[in-house]
Design a protein around this ligand. Structure first.
Ligand SMILES: *[C@@H]1O[C@H](CO)[C@@H](O)[C@H](O)[C@H]1NC(C)=O
Ligand SMILES: *[C@@H]1O[C@H](CO)[C@@H](O)[C@H](O)[C@H]1NC(C)=O
Ligand SMILES: *[C@@H]1O[C@H](CO)[C@@H](O)[C@H](O)[C@H]1NC(C)=O
Ligand SMILES: *[C@@H]1O[C@H](CO)[C@@H](O)[C@H](O)[C@H]1NC(C)=O
Ligand SMILES: *[C@@H]1O[C@H](CO)[C@@H](O)[C@H](O)[C@H]1NC(C)=O
Ligand SMILES: *[C@@H]1O[C@H](CO)[C@@H](O)[C@H](O)[C@H]1NC(C)=O
Length: 508
C-alpha cells in the first residue's frame, strides 16, 4: 500500500518534472519570472530600525533557481508523505525548482563567455548590493554546489540532531548568493537572534542545545521570535536546528508544522526572558557541547561562505554584500589559490551605549573608551591580534578589502579569531565542552599546519552584546578546564599530528 503510493507519487513527480523542464526550456531564452531580492534600506545603529524591501530584479536566479531533478522528486515525495516529520509548512518554495544543474552550467556558458566572467573588470555601483554581474562572477569563481534544505533526524556521536527543525522562509538559497551566520545557544540566549539578524540581513543557522525539559521553552521561544517582533526578518532568514544527548531525550518532540500553525500569544513573555538559572541543563549540571553545536550549525548552512560565530556577537551592517563584492573583484591578494579565512575584528561596548554601525563611529567610541577591544579585561594576552593598533587607526574606506594577511604563528600562536570561512575548513572537535575552554584551539592548530592565510577584513567588525566583561574566578570550572586540557594534550594532539602532521611555529 505504502509502496504503491510512493510509486505513484514518484511517477507523478517525474511527469511534473518533465513538464516543468519543457516549460523552462521554452521560456529560458525569452521570458523570465520576476525574482525577489532583499536589500536593507536603513540600518542606523538603533538595532530595531532595519527594514526590508523587496524588489524585482532582472534575475540571475531566473536561470539558476534550480536543483537536480532527482532532488525535487524527493521534495515532492517528502511534502506529500504523512510519515516524515516535515516542516514543509515553513517553506513551500522548494518544489518550484526547475532546470537541472547541467543545463544551468550550459546556460551560464552561453550567456556569459568565460572571458567576461574572469577578466572583464567588474563595475560595482553599489557596494551594499549584489548586481547580476557580481552574482554571475561569484557563481563562476566559487564553483560551489547548491545544497538541500530538508528536515532530517541525524546522529552525531551521542547526540541526536533535528536538522532544519524550523526552516527559514527564504526558500531556495543558492550557494554563491549570500553568507550564512552559523551559531548556537541554549534557549535562554535566543534574545540575541533579533539584533543579530537585523544587522546581518542574510541567512542565519542556529543550533539550539535542548536536552529533555529544555525543548518546550526552546519551541516557545522560536514561536515568539517568529510571531511577536513586528517584522518578518526572523521568519525570513533564521533556521533553527535542535539537538540533545541520547541520555536526555525530551519526553515529546513537538511537530513544527503543528506548533507553527498556532500563533504565539504575544502578551506572554517568551521563555528566554523569564528563565534564568533554572534551565534543565543547569539543574542537571550538563556540559555544554559547544563544538557539536558549532558543527551542526555550520554543516546545515546552504551557502559556500559561512561566518561561524558566537550568538552575542553582532556584525557590522552590510557585511554580506560588501564581502561578496570584494570576493567578486578578486583583486590581489584574493586571487591566490592558498587556503584562507577572513578574520573580523571584535570589540566590546559599554552597557549603556548603542552598538556602532560604522567603523568611524566605532573609532569615536574607542577614543572615548565606550568601546574596547574584545576581552581586554578577561584575557588581554590571549587576544594578540596581528596589526590590531594599525587596524584601529586606519580610516574607514568605501569598499571592503583585505587589511592585512597574517598567520597563526609566533606572537599570534594562540590567536582564536572569528572568521568567514567555507565548508572546506577543518571542523571543531566534537568532544570538547564549553566549560573546559580552549575549545577552538584544535581547529586553530590545523589551520596553522595547513598554512592558512588569515586575511583580516578592513571595515568589518563584530560587537559583543553591550556590557563590558571582567574576569570572574570559578573554581568548579577550573577543574573541568584542567581535565579538558589533559585530554587535549594526551589524546587529541597525538591524533592531529598523525592526521595533519606538524609545522614549525604551530602549537595549540
Ligand atoms: C532574467 O530575466 C530578465 C527579465 O525578467 C531578462 O531580461 C534576463 O535576460 C534574464 N536573465 C537571464 C540570464 O536569462
Ligand atoms: C505557500 O503557502 C501559503 C500557505 O500555505 C500559500 O498561501 C501560498 O500561496 C503558497 N505560495 C506558493 C508560492 O505556493
Ligand atoms: C581576457 O581573457 C581572454 C582569454 O582568456 C584574452 O584573450 C583577453 O585578452 C583577456 N582580456 C583582458 C583585458 O585581459
Ligand atoms: C494572552 O495572554 C494574556 C496574559 O496571560 C491573557 O490575559 C490573554 O487572555 C491571552 N490571550 C489569549 C487569546 O489567549
Ligand atoms: C593577482 O592579481 C595581480 C594583479 O591584480 C597579478 O599581478 C597577479 O599575477 C595575480 N595573481 C594570480 C595568482 O593570478
Ligand atoms: C562616545 O562617542 C560616541 C560616538 O561618538 C557617542 O555616541 C557617545 O555619546 C560618547 N560617549 C561619551 C561618554 O563621551
Amino acid at each position: 500500500m505504502v509502496a504503491n503510493r510512493r510509486n505513484f507519487i514518484f511517477r507523478v513527480s517525474i511527469v511534473i518534472n518533465i513538464a516543468v523542464l519543457l516549460y523552462a526550456a521554452m521560456h529560458l531564452s525569452s521570458t523570465n519570472g520576476p525574482g525577489v531580492e532583499w536589500v536593507p534600506v536603513t540600518v542606523d545603529g538603533s538595532e530595531r530600525s532595519a527594514e526590508m524591501r523587496y524588489l524585482n530584479r532582472e534575475d540571475f536566479r531566473n536561470i539558476t533557481e534550480s536543483k537536480p531533478v532527482e532532488s525535487s522528486v524527493r521534495n515532492i515525495e517528502e511534502s506529500t508523505s504523512q510519515k516524515t516529520p516535515s516542516t514543509a509548512a515553513t517553506t513551500n518554495k522548494t518544489t518550484s525548482s526547475t532546470t537541472s544543474i547541467t543545463e544551468l552550467e550550459k546556460k551560464l556558458h552561453d550567456t556569459s563567455s568565460e572571458a567576461d566572467v574572469t577578466n572583464e573588470t567588474l563595475d560595482i555601483v553599489d557596494e551594499n548590493a549584489l548586481s547580476e554581474s557580481t552574482l554571475a562572477r561569484l557563481r563562476f569563481l566559487l564553483g560551489c554546489n547548491d545544497r538541500d534544505f530538508r528536515p532530517e533526524y541525524i546522529q552525531r556521536g551521542e547526540y541526536w540532531v533535528l536538522k532544519n527543525y524550523v526552516r527559514a522562509d527564504h526558500g531556495t538559497m543558492l550557494c554563491h548568493e549570500s553568507i550564512t551566520y552559523t551559531t548556537h545557544a541554549g534557549f535562554e540566549f535566543l534574545d540575541n537572534v533579533q539584533p543579530l539578524v537585523e544587522r546581518w540581513m542574510a541567512p542565519v543557522s542556529v543550533a539550539v542545545h535542548a536536552p529533555a525539559d529544555d525543548l518546550n521553552p526552546t519551541v516557545n521561544s522560536i514561536r515568539y521570535l517568529r510571531n511577536c517582533l513586528g517584522n518578518d526578518l526572523i521568519k525570513q532568514f533564521v533556521t533553527f536546528h535542535v539537538f540533545f544527548s541520547n541520555k536526555h531525550i525530551p519526553g515529546k518532540i513537538p511537530e513544527p508544522d503543528k506548533f507553527l500553525a498556532v500563533p504565539y500569544n504575544c502578551s506572554v513573555p517568551p521563555p528566554f526572558k523569564t528563565k534564568t538559572g533554572d534551565t534543565y541543563m543547569q539543574k542537571k549540571n550538563l556540559l555544554y557541547p559547544i563544538n557539536v553545536a558549532r558543527n551542526v550549525a555550520r554543516d546545515s548552512a546552504l551557502t559556500h561562505f559561512v561566518l561561524p560565530s558566537d550568538i552575542e556577537l553582532y556584525p557590522s551592517p552590510f557585511l554580506v554584500p560588501r564581502f561578496l563584492n570584494m570576493i567578486a573583484r578578486n583583486a590581489k591578494p584574493l586571487n591566490s589559490t592558498k587556503p584562507r579565512v577572513f578574520p573580523i575584528s571584535i570589540f566590546e561596548v559599554d552597557a549603556k551605549v548603542n552598538v556602532p554601525s560604522t567603523k568611524t563611529e566605532l573609532q569615536k567610541m574607542l577614543t572615548n573608551k565606550t568601546a574596547i577591544p574584545f576581552h581586554k579585561f578577561v584575557c588581554p594576552d590571549c587576544h594578540n591580534i596581528p596589526e590590531r593598533q594599525q587596524w584601529i587607526n586606519a580610516k574607514e574606506t568605501n569598499q571592503m578589502d583585505v587589511f592585512h594577511v597574517g598567520k597563526r604563528r609566533g606572537k599570534f600562536v594562540h590567536w582564536e579569531p572569528i572568521f568567514i570561512g567555507t565548508h572546506q575548513d577543518p571542523h571543531y572537535d566534537d568532544r570538547l565542552s564549553w566549560q573546559g575552554k580552549k575549545d577552538k584551539m584544535t581547529q586553530g592548530y590545523i589551520l596553522c599546519v595547513k598554512d592558512y592565510d588569515f586575511m583580516i577584513l578592513n571595515n568589518a567588525f563584530l560587537i559583543h552584546k553591550p556590557g563590558i566583561k571582567h574576569y570572574v574566578k570559578n573554581p568548579k570550572r577550573d577543574h573541568i578546564v584542567a581535565n579538558q586540557n589533559k585530554y587535549i594534550m594526551s589524546v587529541i594532539m597525538p591524533e592531529l599530528k598523525k592526521l595533519f602532521g606538524t609545522r614549525s611555529g604551530c602549537s595549540l
